[in-house]
Design a protein around this ligand. Structure first.
Ligand code: FAD
Ligand code: SF4
Length: 399
């Protein structure tokens, strides 16, 4: 089931016209392509940051700011590392997200799954759908590493009479979804989230690939890995590894979407269950069960997983502090130095949950500076208390 632009049809806007009240901060979550645009002032993650209140509504409590793991990773009951015993070919990692979504459909927990396929013309251009069969879910496996209007399909829920729905999505999509959840007429909503950071438009993605990979046109998949390298998988199956410290930061600084430069929900705090990788050892996925619904979802596929405890090693603090001015000045190392640095930091650098905290610290400090410099009037309302607490651990440049 595919989507057009229901809002334009519903409101009779001329073709190609879209309303985006968040302007340059819009993450193209898709809400404004539907009649639910009516709620945008309240629901949009970039117009009305309300994650703490929505956390309370969703999980019946807010995160415990005195527990370091809750401060960073949000409300949760359990966290562990996992991988599919039999991985799904072509999935981003081992396919835990796809497996769970298929299981929820086939076992009748839900009638549809909001997920993202790619367009016929381009493997990285997103095409949100409501999948009604496992085949349609499987066709949506692997990241489309671009802003994706997942919520543009919301109007179909009512039209198709869906009552039980699973939504797969990233933080900004899920915040808007949670804000209008009670308007959707559903009996049950399940939310399977992934962490998300540094997303880009399709044009921005092209610039990243062209600046960073030896063969941009053959990249089928990439990930910023826990070994401090970007791993590009090419069509022929070969893996190209580029150290983070060798990225051409001076050229890449402006490719990230302004929405992502002002986002503080890296870990998808409003999902029932989160599946990422950054808190797990290399090769494993990272599972965060936030509430009873998430636990019930995970139970459906537990017997298909190898499971291991999370680990935490090293100390991130100096590396984060040093990276703040280096990023600000767009410092890029020569490739040989970046390779050496990558090898050293892989041995002695932060691992497991400490790596995840390193990544959150680096992005939150950068984003705090971005909001302060570009949207100073929003700073206080837009940065949640937990993010303020994280950022305050570091010395930031004055201006
Ligand atoms: P698969 O079984 O391959 O399923 C992937 C699912 O992702 C599909 O169901 C598809 O519908 C959905 N999807 C694809 N593209 C998008 C999109 N643009 N928006 C919303 N949903 C989408 N994890 C981390 O730990 N740290 C990160 O920094 C991080 N950044 C990410 C950035 C993006 C843009 C995305 C989409 C994911 C990111 N993740 C991150 C999650 C991680 O890359 C994997 O998606 C996750 O671990 C699930 O792997 P899998 O093999 O189970 O997924
Ligand atoms: Fe609308 Fe979503 Fe953009 Fe906000 S982020 S303006 S809700 S499309």
């Amino acid at each position: 089931m595919t989507t057009g632009n229901p809002h334009q049809k519903a409101k009779g806007l001329p073709k190609g016209t879209t309303r985006r009240p968040a302007k340059e901060l819009c993450s193209e979550c898709g809400l404004c392509d539907t009649p639910y645009i009516h709620y945008v002032k309240d629901a949009c993650a970039f117009l009305n940051q309300q994650i703490e209140q929505l956390e309370n509504n969703t999980h019946q409590r807010s995160r415990d700011l005195n527990s370091e793991n809750e401060l960073y990773f949000g409300v949760h009951q359990q966290m562990f590392s996992a991988k599919k015993q039999i991985p799904i070919e072509g999935a981003q990692w081992t396919g835990i997200v796809t497996t769970l979504a298929c299981k929820m459909l086939t076992q009748g927990y839900v009638e549809g799954v909001v997920c993202v396929q790619n367009t016929a013309e381009d493997r990285f251009s997103p095409k949100p759908i409501i999948a009604r069969t496992p085949e349609e879910v499987i066709a949506a496996r692997v990241n489309k590493p671009t802003l994706s209007p997942n919520l543009s399909i919301l109007e179909e829920i009512e039209r198709c009479g869906l009552k039980r729905l699973l939504v797969i999505g990233v933080g900004c999509q899920i915040q808007a979804l949670r804000a209008i959840e009670d308007k959707l007429g559903l009996d049950k909503l399940y939310v399977l989230g992934t962490p998300c950071v540094d997303n880009v438009t399709r044009a921005g993605l092209q610039k990243f690939l062209e600046t960073t990979s030896r063969s941009p046109s053959t990249v089928v998949h990439y990930e910023f890995m826990q070994d401090f390298r970007v791993h590009f998988k090419h069509e022929d199956g070969s893996i190209e590894k580029v150290p983070f410290f060798g990225l051409k930061t001076n050229q890449l600084k402006d490719i990230f979407a302004p929405s992502c430069l002002s986002c503080f929900d890296y870990v998808n705090g409003l999902a029932d269950l989160v599946v990422g990788y950054m808190g797990a050892p290399f090769g494993w996925q990272w599972i965060v069960v936030r509430n009873d619904t998430g636990a019930q979802m995970l139970d459906l596929i537990k017997d298909e997983l190898d499971i291991a405890p999370v680990i935490s090693k090293g100390n991130r603090k100096n590396a984060v502090q040093q990276s703040i001015p280096a990023y600000d000045k767009g410092v890029t190392l020569p490739m040989w130095a970046a390779q050496v640095m990558g090898l050293v930091i892989e041995r002695v650098g932060p691992q497991g949950l400490e790596y995840a905290k390193f990544s959150i610290d680096s992005h939150f400090t950068r984003n705090y500076l971005y909001v302060k410099r570009n949207h100073k009037e929003k700073l206080e309302q837009h940065v949640p208390d937990f993010a303020q607490k994280i950022v305050k651990q570091y010395q930031l440049p004055k201006a």
